[in-house]
Design a protein around this ligand. Structure first.
Ligand code: NAD
Ligand code: ZN
Length: 453
């Protein structure tokens, strides 16, 4: 995070719950402003609260959980404007009242007064808000800098400042490039093309892009395309001039729910995929689900494998109807809590150890990642003692023809293994678990079932 994320909203909107869910370091103005001060009058309370906020904004970027009335003070509004991205948790008054009544909050005793105050405060929240959030998922997206909105592409220009270079691939550029250029208007200085598909993630393609980029440090690289475009362009942004801002506009389902979120960027080596890369958190991510309308069916199916993975981890149906916002929020929250993949981010590898082994055994030809993930999810569910119906129905995993020994070798080489034991992500009764040691024979048997012939 470059700036604080300040949560504002009425009493009972759920600011504290949302802040806790983010798991990011949180500074709460309420905790440090004794409620007893209210007995000396609201003015004394606000003065103390303002002093606390003056102090909080000087700390390194974190989530600021602000008291509901803090924004009534002009100085606080000024501080927020300067130091924070302000997220307004906009929840209806009935819900707020249900949550706040009967608590010790001094302004939540009289329902009529509560409702009046709600109406008064709305205008102030609206004035300070950079983002309006309806629930915790919106808050996670806002904190990660992710916008999910139908038609967002048309407003692309409003999400960047300064000069922009647009990077896209021929397929996506041919369909949506013009809209992106129009939306960027005079901010656009040049458009660059990367090859479509995995070819973008090569040193040759990167070299060409580095050499043609003309942005200075104030510039922003906008990457319009699928996960290959966002991975490669993101890596270019991470390295060019030792790092410039970048903004992915993911256009494939894989990229909208997965690749463009979380700040991992990479290119491939002949020795393997994603072997050279960097963590480089985007300045913004602009997700326009309407762009998926032009996505070929087989590419949509690739993305569905990651959507089903997300739903299994969440324990919620996010596939029917497809909920891009919920999937993107899930990945955002996990990556905010574990940006460098040291802990819970590992759960995103559900089914992936098997998938990578199958892809490697096929030498990355003929077995798509989505098909391999579908098989991997089935194996992970079986080893977790779970029913595989969801995966069977939605992803229809079909065993692949690859060399069994090659796949088994690749499985054992996986970088997540420690010593001789195989460690996998499994679904336990209380949700996902990672680094679970699994007996080798069980893993081998599960892998064998995924291979045809
Ligand atoms: N960085 C991460 O965290 C992360 C996570 C998951 C996957 N990835 C990477 O993402 C890559 C796969 O991404 P992908 O599946 O999006 O591949 P991709 O970028 O190759 O896109 C798939 C195909 O669909 C086309 N396309 C994309 N959007 C379209 C649209 N709206 N209309 C018409 N055509 C469209 C593309 O031109 C391409 O031909 C892999 O290299 C993988 O390693 C990265
Ligand atoms: Zn994947």
């Amino acid at each position: 995070m470059k700036k604080h994320v300040a949560l504002v909203g009425f009493m009972g909107a759920g600011k504290t719950t949302a802040a806790q869910k983010l798991g990011a370091p949180t500074l709460a103005s309420d905790d440090r402003t004794p409620i007893e001060l209210f007995e000396q009058g609201e003015e004394a309370f606000r003065a103390h609260e303002t002093a606390v906020i003056e102090e909080l904004v000087q700390a390194p970027p974190s989530v600021l959980d602000l008291g509901g009335g803090a924004v009534t003070v002009p100085r606080v509004r000024e501080l927020l404007k300067e130091h924070a991205t302000v997220v307004w948790l906009d929840v209806d008054v009935d819900t707020c009242w249900q949550r706040a009544q009967g608590t010790d909050r001094p302004l939540a005793h009289d329902e009529a007064a509560f409702r009046r105050l709600y109406d008064e405060r709305r205008a102030l929240y609206e004035e300070v808000a950079d983002v309006r959030a309806r629930d915790v998922h919106d808050v996670a997206l806002a904190a990660a800098g992710v916008v999910v909105e139908n038609g967002a592409l048309q407003k692309l220009g409003s999400y960047v400042d300064g000069p922009v270079a647009l990077v896209t691939d021929p397929n996506v550029g041919g369909i949506h490039g013009m809209d992106a250029q129009l939306a960027l208007g005079s901010k656009l200085t040049a458009t660059h093309e990367l090859p479509a598909g995995e070819e973008a993630k090569t040193l040759t393609a990167l070299d060409r892009l580095w050499q043609t980029l003309r942005l200075d440090r104030q510039g922003t690289l906008v990457a319009l395309g699928g996960g290959c475009t966002t991975d490669a362009a993101g890596f270019a942004a991470a390295t060019y001039l030792r790092g410039i801002d970048w903004l992915p506009v993911p256009t494939s389902l894989v990229a909208q729910v997965d690749a463009a979120i979380g700040g991992k960027t990479a290119i491939d080596l002949p020795q393997g995929k994603n072997l050279v890369g960097a963590f480089h958190w985007p300045a913004r991510v602009v997700v326009d689900p309407l762009l998926l309308d032009t996505l070929p069916v087989r590419e949509r199916q690739e993305g569905m494998a990651e959507v089903v993975k997300t739903g299994l981890l969440l324990g919620e149906n996010v596939w029917e109807p497809l909920d891009v916002r919920r999937c993107a929020a899930f990945k955002s929250a996990i990556c905010l809590r574990d940006p460098h993949d040291d802990g819970e981010r590992k759960q995103l590898n559900l089914g992936h150890t098997f998938a990578h082994a199958l892809e490697a055994a096929a030498r990355y030809e003929g077995v798509t990642h989505g098909r391999a993930v579908a098989l991997g999810l089935k194996a992970a569910l079986k080893l977790s003692g779970r029913d595989t119906a969801v995966v069977d129905e939605l992803l229809k995993p079909k065993p692949v023809k690859v060399d069994r020994e090659l796949a088994w070798q690749a499985m054992q080489r996986d970088k997540k293994n420690v010593g001789g034991e195989l460690r996998l992500v499994l679904l336990g009764d209380d949700g996902p678990q990672w680094d679970v040691p699994v007996p080798r024979d069980d893993v081998r048997a599960a892998l064998d079932e995924l291979i045809a012939g």
